[in-house]
Design a binder for this molecule. Structure first.
Ligand SMILES: *[C@@H]1O[C@H](CO)[C@@H](O)[C@H](O)[C@H]1NC(C)=O
Ligand SMILES: *[C@@H]1O[C@H](CO)[C@@H](O)[C@H](O)[C@H]1NC(C)=O
Length: 186
């Protein structure tokens, strides 16, 4: 008699606990994973890593595999947005000829980075990790090459430092996830 009454309450409490702990587990997975990434790669900032990953609602049910996917998705959004942003910057007349050339080079680099991000996502979904690695490394290099272009001439300031830095770090995060998955599956 009594158990009939208690059971639904217990059940509801248990469900609540499950749902709450799910969020906590996901958050601590993000935290722990980002901690390891930041320790192994000085280019990865712990706060950038946790903030980026937890912003995606899918991270609430994430595994390491999912976190890798989220970071590749973020890269795809980043490079697509940055290509568009550069295109608009190029319309501005205020740039000197050197900066104009750099922007044009960056536009080419980000135009290539978009299909690379799409390929990375495709390979990653198929667990073709070394192919994914090649694509992600290309994107990381693209952001570096773009930023370095501006540094080659004194007095020139890159208008893309933040964006290149974001793409660089997101790529480093995705590569770290990849490494961890590859090591784990050996
Ligand atoms: C994860 O880290 C953030 C700060 O980086 C902290 O506020 C939060 O409590 C941590 N969560 C867990 C479950 O460890
Ligand atoms: C790129 O990704 C970072 C990290 O998720 C985010 O903070 C930033 O707003 C993104 N930038 C663009 C232009 O989408």
């Amino acid at each position: 008699m009594r158990s009939l009454f208690i059971f639904p309450i217990f059940h509801a409490l248990f469900l609540t606990f499950l749902i709450m702990s799910q969020g906590t587990i996901a958050q601590s997975l993000i935290n722990e994973t980002c901690k390891i990434f930041a320790q192994n790669d000085p280019n990865i900032d712990y706060n950038f890593c946790t903030t980026s990953l937890q912003a995606d609602p899918a991270s609430q049910t994430a595994t390491l595999q999912e976190l890798g996917k989220i970071s590749i998705r973020l890269i795809k959004c980043n490079v697509t947005d940055t290509r568009f942003y550069i295109k608009n910057l190029m319309k501005n007349e205020k740039w000197g000829s050197y900066t104009k050339q750099c922007l044009s080079d960056c536009f080419e680099l980000f135009s290539v980075a978009i299909p690379s991000a799409k390929k990375a996502m495709k390979y990653y979904s198929k667990k073709l990790y070394s192919d994914t690695n090649v694509q992600l490394s290309t994107i990381l290099d693209d952001a570096t090459t773009c930023e370095d272009g501006f540094k080659d001439k004194k007095g020139v300031v890159s208008p893309l430092t933040k964006r290149n830095g974001d793409t660089f770090q997101l790529s480093a995060i995705a590569l770290s996830a990849l490494n961890m998955l590859q090591t784990g599956s050996n």
